[in-house]
Design a protein around this ligand. Structure first.
Ligand SMILES: [Zn+2]
Length: 394
């Protein structure tokens, strides 16, 4: 059974009725980029809009002042969460388009909440901070925010429409090299260069790339390159992101990267200290739900037919991956630029996130998200299929 025409129309009308408020929210967040855990303006604007529509908003969850939750409906029935992100990137602002994610999630929640009493069950809005390296959703999982949910969903801007693109499991490795300082000209023979070991780590890792499986990504940057031009660097530091399609491959490649750092340190007779930060888990896209989203999006967008995946384009990582391991989840990507015109984390993409085209896609996404959420609430068979697929994937 698919969604009734009445419910579809009520949802689409509700999103259209909020168009100006949603556009303003997206524009304001876009014009005021805030870094992970510091999304105070964005979280306040979202909470203000929801409160103005009569919702109680919990502000501050899982120890994060910028996490939000609002609900409507009957918590004894099935419960579906729609997730918003709103953090930006250093220097390049909203180059991941999280302002559009926030806007579409708020729009979808407002629309689904309008019909939830007819649909049965509960719809939940979750404002999830710090996707860019902070893992806000992981903190919310640990705090039990996702307990008892039947499904979770969000959309992400991209350069093409893809329903179920992979996201890579990841870990961050911070490496600090400790050498011995000496005058760079008068007594270089007395020094041990931490920077040489740091740079050798990059070269050794590059040499190992022939052994990486498809989809592996290892990329880093030097965070401390020394102290002065005339001192053999006593201290140097770098950070790597290591990513792979599966947890076992991630563990294997992480061991290679750490071995390279140890080998480089040995060559320069310096010490290396490695601190690992929890990364994100791989994304387990729920195909039953992703296909329903695709069918709805085709209609809300007047005919855009999304691919299920696209091998021609690379994958990143998201803390929605962690959510997908505890609740059946979707994270479809929708185009706000032409294919290959720009991708996330580029200046051009930041511009697109503030464009009319970006806004239009996010509005269509809001309708498709709300329709999918309400369909999961109303359709017992769909819910069962979603659950069975998720259980089988574990
Ligand atoms: Zn993003």
């Amino acid at each position: 059974m698919s969604l009734s025409k009445d419910l579809e129309k009520a949802i689409d009308d509700a999103v259209d009725g909020e168009h100006d408020a949603l556009a303003k929210l997206s524009k304001d967040i876009h014009a005021n980029p805030e870094l992970r855990f510091e999304e105070h303006k964005a979280a306040t604007w979202i909470a203000e809009l929801l409160r103005a529509r009569g919702f109680e908003v919990e502000h501050g969850l899982a120890g994060m002042s910028t996490a939000l939750r609002a609900k409507r409906g009957n918590a004894k029935g099935p419960r579906v969460a729609i997730l918003g992100e709103y953090d930006a990137l250093p220097d390049i602002g909203h180059a991941c388009g999280h302002n559009l994610i926030a806007m579409s999630a708020v729009g979808a929640f407002l629309a689904a909440a309008k019909v939830v009493d007819k649909a049965g069950g509960e719809v939940v809005f979750l404002g999830t901070p710090a996707e860019e390296g902070g893992g806000g959703k992981i903190k919310m999982i640990e705090a039990g925010v996702f307990d008892g949910l039947s499904a979770a969903m969000m959309f992400h801007p991209f350069d093409r429409d893809i329903l179920a693109h992979p996201a890579l499991a990841s870990v961050w490795l911070a490496m600090t090299f400790h050498g011995a300082p000496a005058h760079g000209a008068a007594a270089p023979h007395d020094g041990k260069s931490a920077l040489t070991a740091c740079m050798d780590t990059f070269r050794l890792i590059d040499g190992q790339r022939v052994h990486f499986r498809d989809g592996v990504r290892v990329h880093g940057y030097i965070t401390n390159g020394g102290q002065a031009v005339n001192i053999i660097p006593e201290l140097a530091a770098c950070e790597f992101s290591v990513r792979a399609r599966t947890a076992p491959e991630l563990a294997r490649v992480r061991a290679i990267v750490e071995r390279c750092a140890a080998g480089a340190a040995m060559a320069s007779d310096v010490k290396v200290e490695i601190v690992a930060r929890q990364g994100y888990r791989d994304m387990r896209n729920n195909m039953a739900m992703a296909r329903r989203f695709g069918a709805h999006f085709e209609r809300t967008s007047s005919g855009r037919k999304a691919l299920e995946t696209d091998e021609r384009v690379g994958a990143g990582s998201t803390d929605m991956g962690d959510v997908s391991h505890v609740v059946p989840s979707i994270h479809p990507y929708l185009a706000i630029v032409d294919e290959n015109e720009a991708l996330c984390h580029q200046h051009r993409f930041a511009h697109a996130a503030g464009s009319d085209r970006g806004l239009k896609t996010a509005v269509d996404a809001a309708k498709a998200l709300a329709r999918t959420a309400v369909e999961v609430l109303t359709d017992d068979n769909l819910r069962r299929t979603v659950q069975e697929e998720w259980r089988a994937s574990r």
